[in-house]
Design a protein around this ligand. Structure first.
Ligand code: GTP
Ligand code: MG
Length: 340
């Protein structure tokens, strides 16, 4: 299952426009609220020039890039946690994503009457997520209270943690903020995923005028989308540089993901995403389910060294290929060959 990025925002923020720009999938886009009801989904290839350079130097035609899923979720309005707008439905979709991409409208068009208020919109979004988490915390408090009454010893501790969280959410503090001061909470969040605990990437859609008090990436979803119908020459003439790769890169960073490459059999080169700290044997298991069992050792080589050497044989002759064991920590850009 690829990691997933959920695009979240108020109606008309340009979520579907950004989705379409990222996925090259055409979806309903219109200047009225709730154009999107059921989420749009796409699995997109993560472009990586290292993969292309490796393929060239190794003379491999088949390139299989790592993928990430993008989900365009219905617009959210104030009171959503109580069922306003499309309410609870979309909150369930947010729950299944790994990163929330918050799109804030910062463009003006004659079709949309209200002027952009990105800062207010951000605060509405954050509040809705936290209020939904408050409900969840309340349920957990009740559950552990019942368990504590029936004499379960471990329930007391969990009860205290959830009461603390309930109190924080009640004061508008997100799970992310709460966890920062309470590392012990992390274990509880593994069992009960909270919306305001998810990493967030904030995107201001539309460049002008840009509020200074929001830390956000700035892009123009409409331009990103329009650019797709232009040729590379036309784009160069316009000096257009897409922000899409930056968004994916930022999401990777938020998830602590790195990339490794495999060129098994010499007929297909692939890139893979894994968490920072992944070991060689864990990486092997990603490539093939029975590789972990059959793992003997693995050859590791930084991609740029392989490219500079001109191929595996030359790299080996130069002594650049290191043989590693199960516990080797995979590094970003490693080319791995598993010996099984
Ligand atoms: N000028 C300008 N218009 C944009 C931009 N992004 C989106 N739009 C327009 O804004 C309107 C709403 O865009 P959508 O992508 O449908 O917005 P949405 O967030 O998916 O809306 P819902 O699905 O209703 O929640 C459309 O008419 C888009 O063409 C932008 O960057 N600049
Ligand atoms: Mg939409």
């Amino acid at each position: 299952m690829p990691y997933s990025l959920g695009i979240v925002g108020l109606p008309n923020a340009g979520k579907s426009t950004l989705f379409s720009a990222l996925s090259r999938q055409s979806v309903a886009i219109a200047p009225y609220p709730f154009t999107t009801i059921d989420p749009n989904r796409a699995v997109i290839a993560i472009l990586d020039e290292r993969l292309d350079k490796l393929a060239e130097i190794l003379g491999i035609a088949k390139r299989t890039p790592a993928t990430i899923e993008v989900i365009d979720i219905a617009g959210l309005v104030k009171g959503a946690h109580q069922g306003e707008g499309l309410g609870n439905q979309f909150l369930a979709h947010i729950r299944e994503t790994d990163v929330i991409i918050v799109v804030l409208r910062n463009f003006v068009t004659k079709d949309i009457a209200d002027s952009p208020q990105p800062k207010d919109d951000l605060s509405i979004l954050e509040t809705e997520l936290i209020m939904k988490d408050l409900e969840t915390a309340e349920k957990e408090v009740q559950r552990f209270e019942a368990m504590a009454r029936s004499g379960e010893k471990t329930a007391q501790q969990a009860l205290a943690v959830w009461k603390d969280m309930r109190e924080a959410f009640g004061r508008g503090i997100s799970a992310q903020q709460h966890v920062r001061g309470n590392i012990s909470v992390v274990d509880y969040l593994k069992e009960v995923p909270l919306l305001s605990a998810k990493p967030m990437l904030i995107v201001l859609n539309g460049a002008k005028p840009s509020p200074r008090d929001i830390a956000a990436s700035v892009l123009d979803a409409q331009t990103e989308l329009d650019a797709q119908s232009l040729s590379p020459e036309e784009l160069r003439e316009l000096g257009f540089i897409s922000c899409a790769p930056d968004i994916i890169a930022a999401a990777k960073k938020l998830l602590s993901l790195i990339t490794f490459f495999t060129a098994a059999g010499g007929n297909e080169i692939r890139s893979w995403l894994c968490k920072t700290g992944t070991t060689a044997v864990e990486a092997a298991a990603m490539v093939h389910s029975d590789f972990a069992e059959k793992f003997i050792k693995c050859d590791a080589l930084p991609w740029h060294q392989l490219v500079a050497a001109g191929g595996f044989t030359q790299a080996r002759e130069k002594g650049l290929v290191e043989t590693q064991g199960r516990e080797y920590t995979v590094q970003d850009g490693d080319v791995l060959t598993f010996r099984i």
